[in-house]
Design a protein around this ligand. Structure first.
Ligand SMILES: Cc1cc2nc3c(=O)[nH]c(=O)nc-3n(C[C@H](O)[C@H](O)[C@H](O)COP(=O)(O)OP(=O)(O)OC[C@H]3O[C@@H](n4cnc5c(N)ncnc54)[C@H](O)[C@@H]3O)c2cc1C
Length: 388
């Protein structure tokens, strides 16, 4: 009881109001911490397009108490198809057949961020506050421009791919370009070949295109290209069409229907896994700790898993540092595996080698869809600790 009472008075700073930071803040609040989130952006406006949340993320959202809001805003994935760019079906999957039709949700990132922010309480999110540096002298102090600062018992660096917390703590340089960039867009409407609650993944040579419903009549698509860095210079629809113009329906239709100003372009990055995530009262979470290329759709899902492990580890720790190291130890190996597997999956998906492509497509065509689905489910399903 004494332990619990003292933890009630504990405080935490979370840097970054992305999905990792917000879910970490909810989890820490649930186990008794007074949490403040500091976000560099002046408004809470997630510019990303869509995101797919797999069974592990669904499980985490339930533990955080935001599952209902997310399920209401997004779209369950009930049908999936893998195809070639010429329109041949490699494998067709009906998730209802294997009882997995409520196990993944595709959602607009803004809707997910709003659901998490509403759950946390917006008064706890301080916008326009870019962390510039921190100190850890037993108690942590975070510094912001103009001389403002905040202090707490612990600090979570959930500040994404180019994390300032990581840069100051680990000094391990910039993330590595993955020789791949991607366009993303969201459109409203109906598209041939893409019925409600369905998704498509289409393979070409050094190219990949995906599309799925994300709820409220919207469709999210992405097109990925294996090429040298340069996403910033390719922001026009004609740049996308140059690569995907002759692809099967509904690829050109989706690109053409996207407002040019809504087109997003990203160079893709990751880092070799590190097993050093923190020291004293500082830790890392989400992309700040384990950025991965999005070829298994697990970056955000892993950030959600992190938040549950963090909350559970900080419930009644012998000390702040011991709790944070426990969290890191729970997470390091699992996330490292996903970083490595995501790279492998990218290499297999984005190859230009025609022999390899024939073998890959042949194998896809031979795997029974039930086996593929069960494997995907097993891969992401994961026993997560309780927050209560
Ligand atoms: C093309 C693409 C598709 C993807 N698809 C999927 C998918 O389908 N499923 C999936 O699970 N994952 C997917 N991901 C990965 C996923 O987007 C990330 O893993 C996830 O967003 C990480 O969340 P995060 O909170 O750690 O970081 P972020 O979402 O990057 O959030 C970090 C936050 O910190 C803020 N910040 C940064 N610096 C500072 C600072 N100095 N001070 C204060 N605030 C700061 C940022 O403004 C931001 O709000 C995809 C990624 C890409 C690029």
């Amino acid at each position: 009881m004494q332990q619990w009472l003292s933890s009630m008075a504990r405080t935490a700073i979370v840097i970054g109001a992305g999905l990792g930071g917000l879910s970490a803040a909810i989890a820490l609040t649930r186990v008794g911490y007074k949490v403040e989130v500091y976000e560099r952006a002046p408004e809470l406006k997630e510019v990303g397009a869509g995101i797919v949340l797999y069974p592990n993320a669904i499980n985490a959202l339930k533990k955080l108490g935001v599952y209902d809001a997310v399920a209401a805003a997004g779209s369950f994935g009930r049908h999936g198809k893998y195809m070639t760019s010429k329109g041949e079906t490699l494998v067709e999957m009906d998730l209802m057949d294997v009882g997995l039709d409520k196990e993944s949700i595709a959602i607009h990132r803004a809707d997910l961020q709003h659901a998490l922010a509403d759950k946390l309480g917006r008064e706890k999110i301080h916008l326009g506050m870019p962390l510039t540096s921190f100190e850890d002298n037993g108690r942590v102090t975070a510094h912001f421009p103009g001389g403002s600062f905040a202090s707490a018992d612990l600090l979570v660096g959930a500040d994404g791919l180019h994390s300032v917390v990581r840069r100051q703590y680990l000094k391990d340089g910039d993330p590595q370009y993955a020789n791949c960039f991607a366009w993303r867009g969201v459109v409203t409407g109906e598209f041939e070949g893409l019925p409600a609650e369905s998704g498509l993944l289409i393979f070409g040579a050094g190219l990949q295109f995906g599309a799925m419903h994300i709820g409220q009549g919207r469709v999210y698509w992405f097109g990925a290209v294996a090429d040298k860095k340069g996403a910033q210079g390719r922001t026009k629809k004609r740049d996308v069409l140059e690569r995907f113009q002759n692809w099967t329906t509904p690829v050109p239709q989706l690109i053409n229907a996207t407002p040019e100003e809504a087109l997003l372009t990203h160079d893709l990055y990751d880092r070799k896994p590190t097993y050093n995530w923190g020291h004293g009262a500082i830790t890392l979470l989400g992309d700040a700790a384990h950025p991965m290329v999005p070829y298994m759709g697990q970056g955000g899902c892993q950030a959600l898993e992190d938040s549950i492990a963090l909350g559970a580890s900080m419930k009644e720790p012998p000390s702040i540092a011991a709790g944070l190291r426990k969290y890191e130890n729970l997470r390091k190996q699992r996330t490292a595996n996903f970083v490595i597997q995501s790279r492998r999956s990218m290499n297999a998906s984005m190859t230009r080698n025609s022999l390899f492509i024939s073998i890959r497509d042949f194998i896809f065509g031979k795997i029974p869809s039930k086996v593929l689905l069960k494997n995907l489910h097993t891969l992401s399903n994961y026993d997560q600790p309780d927050l209560d």
